[in-house]
Write a protein that binds this ligand. Sequence first.
Ligand code: CO
Length: 135
Amino acid sequence: MKPNRVDHIGIACTNLEEAMKFYEALGLTCTNIEVVEEQKVKVAFFPCGDADLEILESTTPDGPIAKFIEKNGGRGGIQHIALNVDDIKEAIAYMKEIGLRMLDNEPRYGAGNSSIAFVHPKSTGGVLIELAQRL
Ligand code: CO
């Protein structure tokens, strides 16, 4: 169960439209903007080589991205790193087998048509790691 590559880097922002201007100025192109209701986020994807930059704006004041920004002194920042896996169910089972704590014990829908699960930061040295299988 070795991850294939960095799938994307999740970057929280306070204003998606504003944040997108920076990545567009670099010459990157947004390929998809999507609202994921259950995660309370609006997401823009900017492919950049083998990985995407996933720019996240909270759709509610109580969502995980809003909480991250609050903890970060009101500023955006890197919120998670996603590793690409071939089989999300197998990856979850493996993580548990080696004694890691999962935030998600079952795969759930992730933006960009993926199936995802988060590993608990207590098991990763403080980094929020997402496992992502592209569907
Ligand atoms: Co993500």
